[in-house]
Design a protein. Structure first.
Length: 341
């Protein structure tokens, strides 16, 4: 079964053709990073306009690369939530129009379930149930994957996402957007114990996380140094930030896996491309005797392949375009299980 996947939730316009959810025939991504660098972050209006300009060409290229015609496509999958509302509207509107014009089924895909599905592409042997850490610029969640289309949120950030914390701390250090990759590079030359940073906890929750206090601590540290005329040890601070974020994500994930009895753990999302996070998870799983699944770096960020993959499983589960595509971005992550049923 050929699935065309379309993704436009933030600043990447992406499309992919997949066969039976695992065989990726094409994966085209048009990134807007260079333009958004001018503003230090994603500007929603600019992102929406670029999606309008790029979506047709990206879909055409995905079909060409896969060497298939639109007539050969069995269903069209599209990200409907969560994300930037204007950006989502572009992808959803395009997919709805394409489905209506061709008579193809329209399959809604929740963005976070798409990130999880990236592991099915990289690891064909992976099957639910298992525990998955999803960490990106907008999300930091520990999710119990009960089936390909049934999920339960075990833990989540109460404020900032891990990726947002990386980017804000990078800005303090003078690194350009997106800052996470620059912290990763600088951290290789730094001392992870160079700065004493807080480890925020959430009262009354074993698995929830908080990154806002960590971000504020780094901002205050830099502000105080400037007031005193002192210079920051950029590599040490980058290494300390990365060490703390990786430790928090790993600690909560391992605790959830231990308490719930899971021995298979997956990781997904842009933050899982960070070498410190990957190393911390690998070492913790090796020590505990757990099996760890992580997608390659090319599938950690937003892409159409993960949407095509999850779209396949959603299609088999009988999901078709419905009210959620007319009220996109209204569902919270707490509703992920219900939104995917």
């Amino acid at each position: 079964m050929y699935i065309l996947g379309i993704e436009s939730s933030c600043d990447e316009t992406a499309a992919s053709v997949a066969v039976d959810g695992r065989d990726i025939r094409s994966n085209v991504v048009s990134s807007q990073i260079e333009e958004h660098k001018l503003y230090g972050g994603v500007v929603p209006e600019i992102a929406s306009r670029r999606h309008c300009e790029n979506v047709l060409g990206v879909v055409r290229q995905a079909l060409r690369d896969a060497e298939v015609t639109l007539e050969q496509i069995d269903a069209i999958a599209v990200t409907y939530a969560p994300g930037l509302i204007g950006a989502l509207l572009v992808g959803v509107s395009f997919a709805k129009g394409l489905a209506m014009a061709t008579g193809k089924p329209l399959v809604p895909v929740h963005h976070i379930s798409g990130h999880i599905a990236a592991n099915y592409i990289a690891h064909p042997s992976l099957e639910p149930p298992y525990l998955c850490l999803v960490a990106s610029g907008g999300h930091s969640h520990i999710i119990e994957v009960r089936s390909h289309t049934e999920f339960r949120v075990i833990g989540r950030t109460r404020d900032d996402a891990a990726g947002e914390c990386f980017d804000k701390c990078a800005r303090v250090l003078g690194f350009p957007y997106p800052g996470g990759v620059h912290i990763d590079r600088a951290a290789r030359e730094g001392n992870p114990e160079g700065y004493a940073l807080p480890r925020p906890t959430v009262a009354g929750s074993a698995y929830d996380m908080s990154f806002s206090g960590l971000k504020t601590a780094v901002i205050n540290l830099a502000h105080n140094a400037r007031q005193k005329g002192e210079s920051l040890r950029s590599a040490d601070l980058a290494a300390s930030v990365q060490h703390r974020i990786a430790g928090m994500l790993t600690e909560k994930t391992m605790a959830a896996a231990r308490d719930l009895g899971y021995r298979a753990i997956a990781a997904a999302g842009g933050v899982c491309a960070n070498t410190g996070v990957r190393q911390a998870l690998t070492e913790a799983c090796d020590k505990a005797g757990y099996t760890l699944y992580m997608p390659p770096l090319s599938l950690c960020g937003d892409n159409g392949a993960m949407i095509a993959c999850q779209g396949y499983f959603n299609y088999l589960a009988g999901m078709r375009g419905g009210p959620e595509l007319n009220a996109i971005a209204t569902l919270s992550i707490e509703d992920i299980g219900e939104s995917l049923k």
